[in-house]
Ligand binder design. Structure first.
Ligand SMILES: O=[N+]([O-])c1ccc(O[C@@H]2O[C@@H](CO)[C@H](O)[C@H]2O)cc1
Length: 793
């Protein structure tokens, strides 16, 4: 038992404040660590990290367990802030300093992931992530950021109300898995680079997709998910991160899963993450979400003391605490024997070996050390931010009015809360952009006469003052654009939506404007979808464009889509449900399949039994396409497929690369997203309507010419998940369909006996303590304090 576990000598600041605790690097040539093996580059990262941690006293170990780590001055180990954010560009966060450094106080601001997801272009995502990691290294070299980025948010966007759905690439688990693989390659600099560019963090593990609904809050919510939905829907993006992309870090979530707060769950953090997915080289760490270890104690009330709560987290495999409870309560947990020093060592070794993989101790040998302000906000990163917005923008309705020239002799009226949007275009987790070009700014570049009105006001605004400019200008306009929808005032962290309809005030204005009978375009902005049927069904509205949160070049990309400079080819990454959908299913219902007894109509395009307003994968073009598919063959014996399968993880074995010839049958040059959906009578009922198994974006197909999409399909993409969560290859009929409204189909049959591709580990039976689990809930009190959102005591 260690003798000294006394007061931790640490002044830890509040969670959200900028905490610039000093960065810099340890000096391995002159500093006190120079003779420690951590400075010996010939050793492997794990050996080096072990040697470093062996030099710490117990107090020094305990001190360095929070996101603000003081380092060890005695050893010349600098303070380090682990918490940086970069969801779509370097973002304001505790470890990032944007304060004035001349032209270098900005970072490229790409669109929110929900819009980049709509591009269905994995190479684009890798390119974007490479710019982010380049800029991150420049910030780090200028001592204005650390090297650990707690991004991406990769929880599937299952419920249209979720305020943070905008942070994700959409609702489909295959799409998310593929997207996140490319993203991590770009952020970290490859699958297994000698030096990672930055550490990426897949969050929030797992089943976190609700902020605040009907008295449930993310800090206390217990998500009940059966093994089938868990393995089939909620887990695949995380499997892609851990097993297939070698991500450097994971973040457990606020919520509990089936009675156990995720940060205290060894089934998740050890059995699934480290054992089943082989995330075992001890060069990666699990961090908590910010204060989610405190939440194990309260409001989850999963353990009766803070000491027991921090011990439950550390022992389960949460190596780092975003917050301060580890630093304040692990000392007594150690003294009470609730944790061992070797478990503490393991957590620290994981943290510091991750830093070693970043070259933290290797001085100028790290190739990224030369990156500087000249590598931030470059011309090419500006072009990429534009491209990312342009590729994601999705055309949902067009009566033939678009594309439409906007020339200097025209008058344009643009109305709505997004008409002059600037920071609004970034959404949340944003940084300081070099510029923010609004739709109005972009229209002004055309030389046309542009009138802007930001009406309407709030839903209950009874005045017509703000309508006057509209009534004045609408009759004179050659084209009317309405730019509105939703933004972070109704969807954000801590804030789920209570309606998925357009507000009456906006529909009133849109209807009035349409009444002028002019060419009229509606831009539906925001991350979550709105029921746009009133716009789709209004014959006086020429076109509907969905623009998400398009980032620094959003205005140009939107206006260029109207004029045809950008030929739209984005596809909806989520289902657009009718407005009454949310009255049929509670946010807390985690099941995907429709259920006649609960009344659930099912979730996502795979299981929703109703008719969507616009389905997942919708998106029009300024041209037309045809497709022909090369058949992979008609019949396959499962035994043959398996005997050719040499991968350790059987679901990764290739099935076939299927070539799809896509022909532009119109005259406008355009990209085309080739979506491959699988359906058929294989595996047990109920069966999904279809599921995405492959996609590729083809670029710049000129009118009359063709391009080939190679859709790589694995055995896993054919597999289906049973009720225990295991994935099987089943005999039966399969149809691979190209596009949402199929342009081509290939049918084939698998014969023989079903074979298990992935034997899912079963959760343990609830322990006595787990069954004592009690959710306190917000609005309840603890120690006389009322628990309120954003104020977890
Ligand atoms: O106290 N704060 O300032 C604060 C700020 C953000 C916050 O959200 C959490 O922090 C992010 C860490 O990456 C997670 O994605 C999110 O769930 C939680 C707490």
């Amino acid at each position: 038992m260690p003798s000294t576990t006394g007061a931790v000598l640490l002044a830890v600041a509040g969670l959200g404040a900028a905490q610039l605790t000093g960065r810099g690097f340890p000096d391995c040539s002159q500093g006190p660590l120079r003779n420690n093996t951590v400075c010996d580059l010939s050793q492997d990262p794990l050996t080096r990290a072990r040697a470093l941690i062996a030099a710490f006293t117990v107090d020094e170990k305990l001190n360095n367990t929070g996101h603000v780590s003081p380092g060890v001055p005695r050893l010349g180990l600098p303070a380090y802030t682990w918490w940086q954010e970069a969801l779509h560009g370097i973002a304001e966060s505790p470890g990032v300093n944007f304060s004035d450094h001349g032209p270098f106080s900005v970072a490229t601001s790409f669109p929110q992931p929900i819009l980049m997801g709509a591009a269905f272009d994995d190479q684009l995502i890798q390119d974007v992530a490479t710019v982010i990691s380049t800029e991150s290294r420049a910030f780090n070299n200028d001592d204005r950021a650390g090297l650990d980025y707690w991004t991406p948010n990769i929880n599937p966007f299952k419920d249209p109300r979720w305020g943070r759905g905008q942070e994700t690439p959409g609702e489909d688990p295959f799409h998310l898995s593929s997207y996140v693989h490319s993203l991590i390659l770009g952020l970290q600099g490859g699958l297994n680079p000698k030096y990672k560019r930055v550490v990426a963090t897949c969050k929030h593990f797992v089943a976190y997709d609700m902020e605040s609904w009907n008295g449930n809050f993310r800090y206390q919510w217990d998500a009940h998910v059966n093994s089938q939905d868990l393995a089939e829907y909620y887990m695949p993006p995380f499997q892609s991160c851990a097993r297939d992309s070698n991500v450097g870090s994971f973040m457990c979530s606020y919520n509990a899963l089936n009675g156990v707060p995720t940060c205290a769950d060894p089934y998740l953090l050890q059995t699934i993450l480290r054992e089943h997915w082989g995330w075992t080289n001890e060069q990666q760490y699990v961090t908590s979400d910010c204060d989610s270890i405190q939440n194990i104690f309260m409001p989850h009330n999963y353990r009766s003391t803070r000491e027991a709560s921090v011990a439950a987290a550390l022992n389960a495999g949460t190596d780092l605490n975003c917050g301060t409870v580890y630093q304040h309560h692990l000392p007594s947990a150690l003294q009470e024997g609730l944790i061992t020093e070797s478990t503490l060592d393991q957590a620290l070794i994981r943290q510091y070996s991750a830093l070693i993989r970043l070259g933290y101790f290797d001085g100028d040998r790290v190739p990224y050390r030369s990156l500087s302000g000249a590598d931030v906000n470059t011309n090419s990163s500006q072009r990429l931010a534009y491209k990312a917005a342009a590729e994601g923008i999705t055309l949902l309705k067009n009566d033939g009015t678009l594309p439409m020239q906007i020339t200097s002799n025209m008058t344009v009226l643009i109305v709505g809360g997004w008409a002059d949007a600037t920071t609004q275009m970034q959404g949340n987790y944003a940084g300081v952009a070099p510029y923010l070009h609004s739709p109005t700014w972009a229209l002004n570049q055309t030389g046309a006469k542009v009138y802007t009105a930001s009406v309407p006001g709030g839903q209950g605004d009874p005045t017509t003052d703000s309508w006057l400019p509209v009534w004045n200008w609408a009759p004179k306009a050659d084209v009317i654009i309405y730019a509105g929808g939703i933004d972070n005032s109704v969807e954000s962290e801590g804030n789920d939506r209570t309606s998925i309809a357009w507000t009456g005030a906006q529909l009133d204005m849109i209807g009035q404007l349409a009444g002028y009978g002019k060419p009229m375009v509606v831009m539906q902005m925001g991350g979550g979808q709105l029921d746009s049927s009133p716009i789709a069904n209004n014959p006086n509205i020429s076109a509907l464009i969905w623009g998400g949160y398009p980032g620094q070049s959003g205005g140009e990309a939107l206006v260029d889509t109207i004029t045809g400079k950008n030929a739209p080819a984005g596809r909806l990454p989520t289902t657009q449900y009718p407005a009454d959908y949310i009255s049929l299913i509670p946010m807390t219902d985690m099941s995907l399949r429709p259920n006649s007894s609960s009344g659930s109509p099912g979730r996502t395009y795979q299981w929703y039994t109703g008719t969507p307003i616009y389905e997942f994968g919708s998106g029009l073009h300024y041209t037309t396409f045809s497709a022909s598919i090369q058949s992979p063959g008609s019949t396959f014996a499962i035994s043959d497929l398996m005997s050719n399968c040499t991968e350790h993880y059987k679901d990764k074995c290739p099935f076939s690369t299927i070539n799809v010839n896509v022909r532009n049958t119109g005259s406008t040059t355009s990209d085309y997203v080739t979506l491959g959906f699988l359906a058929g009578s294989h595996g047990p009922a109920p069966r999904p309507k279809k599921r995405l198994v492959a996609y590729t974006r083809l670029h710049g197909i000129t009118g009359g010419s063709s391009s080939t999409a190679s859709l790589k399909m694995t055995l896993g993409s054919l597999g289906r998940v049973d009720e225990t969560g295991s994935k099987w290859l089943y005999p039966g009929d399969y149809s691979l369909m190209i596009d949402s409204q199929p342009l081509a189909t290939a049918n084939f049959t698998l014969t023989g006996n079903a074979v298990c591709l992935d034997d899912w580990p079963q959760p343990p039976a609830p322990s006595k303590q787990d069954s004592d689990y009690f959710v306190g809930g917000y609005g309840s009190t603890y120690d006389g304090q009322v628990l309120v959102d954003g104020n977890v005591p």
